[in-house]
Design a protein around this ligand. Structure first.
Ligand SMILES: *Cc1c(COP(=O)(O)O)cnc(C)c1O
Length: 384
């Protein structure tokens, strides 16, 4: 079999070449300004992202993991407090809790959208619960309305992990649309290069519409100071470089187009893979737009790894996000959550397979990928 061009999981080079003139100009401008720390581009980007999201305030920081840590610190969470986190997510969400001595308490996810459910959160509640962290996994929002209602009733903070879903919108029962990251007390996002809005290094941001909390978050990200050399609270050093902000200022203007391109690619995959026996294509929540950070299939677990190998033999990359739920990760195992505690999360980790997904995909590549998937599934029919 011949492929016309190399298929990549994420095509950062192709996207850069398409936007090269503007990005190069912004980088050059930033070099000319020589304001490398907290420069003009940083201030402008924070303002522009806040405006894009209709949020009160955006505070940029060094990466998405720091954003989560700063959020937990800003909300005053303390050792011994419990925070509810989906068992099926990227480790960063829970890592910062453990680092701060806060106990991550896992909760099950929805088998169709892979996001936190209100019934799972109810099961995980204890008198020590202080906050919940819905993760808008793979690009669509968790079902926020019931989660926000429960949190309000119980006096819990809601920290949205929006690292994979920037630009996604959630619809409340009253018809109003809200951007991912603006519904809880704080939204935390990442500008890691492969995210929907990615820079060319590390970057992250916090989103909030609470001015007081926003001020505290900004202080924590900057050594706990409001005024230089006056450290009112204990903070960290977490900054978005001006150079990265310059790149992001160009790419933010493209975010809707990026997400549109991803959605088109997802529609094409859906059509090409419809009816392939054994393959379940992503389920789209009726309440949220999907920005397809990942296009994740469900494959019967007896064939998932073999399909991945088969794709690899045909020069097609694919990834398993995530091969182990967090309660089964060596660093996070505890007798409180033995194997079997979260059957959905455990089953997903054995069935998920993410296909190449980015802003530069073309129909030919997707036809090739879908044909290889379909061939494999035809040759390896269901055993049951
Ligand atoms: C990428 C990601 C993070 C962490 O972002 P970094 O910038 O890599 O620190 C956190 N949560 C989720 C769900 C992510 O996908």
């Amino acid at each position: 079999m011949t492929t016309i061009d190399t298929i990549q999981m994420v095509d950062l080079k192709g996207q850069y070449l398409r936007l090269k003139t503007e990005i190069d100009e912004a980088i050059q401008q930033s070099l000319d300004n020589a304001d490398f720390i907290n420069g003009t581009y940083v201030r402008d980007f924070q303002r522009d992202l806040a405006e894009y999201l209709s949020a009160g305030r955006v505070i940029s920081c060094a990466n998405g993991t720091d954003a989560l840590q700063i959020a937990m610190m800003g909300l005053g969470l303390k050792p011994g407090d419990e925070v509810i986190v989906p068992a099926f997510t990227y480790v960063a969400t829970a890592e910062v809790l453990a680092l701060l001595g806060i106990t991550p308490v896992w909760a099950e996810v929805d088998p169709l959208t892979f996001t936190l459910t209100v019934s799972a959160v109810e099961k995980a509640l204890t008198p020590r619960t202080r906050a919940i962290v819905p993760v808008h996994l793979f690009g669509q929002c968790a079902d926020m309305e019931p989660l926000l209602k429960l949190a309000a009733e119980r006096g819990l903070a809601v920290i949205e992990d929006v690292a994979q879903a920037l630009g996604s919108e959630y619809r409340f029962a009253d018809g109003t649309l809200h951007s991912a990251g603006t519904m809880g007390q704080v939204g935390c996002t990442s500008f890691f290069p492969s995210k929907n809005l990615g820079c060319y290094g590390d970057g992250g941001a916090l989103i909030t519409s609470d001015p007081e909390l926003g001020e505290r978050l900004r202080m924590i990200a900057n050594h706990g100071q409001r005024k230089k050399y006056v450290h009112e609270i204990i903070g960290i050093n977490s900054r978005l470089d001006t150079l990265q902000a310059a790149i992001l200022s160009v790419k933010l203007k493209q975010l809707n187009d990026f997400n549109h391109r991803r959605r088109l690619a997802a529609d094409r995959y859906d059509a090409l893979l419809a009816g392939v026996p054994g393959i379940t294509t992503p389920v789209r929540s009726p309440k949220s737009t999907h920005v397809f950070h990942q296009y994740t299939l469900l494959v019967p677990e007896d064939r998932r790894d073999a399909l991945r190998l088969h794709l690899q033999l045909h020069g097609i990359p694919s990834m398993i996000y995530y091969p182990l739920p967090l309660h089964l990760q060596p660093a996070y195992r505890s007798s409180r959550f033995p194997e079997g505690s979260f059957p959905v999360s455990e089953s997903l980790s054995r069935r998920v397979l993410s296909l190449p997904m980015h802003t530069e995909m073309n129909a030919g590549q997707q036809e090739t990928i879908a044909a290889v998937v379909a061939d494999f599934m035809k040759d390896h029919p269901t055993q049951e």
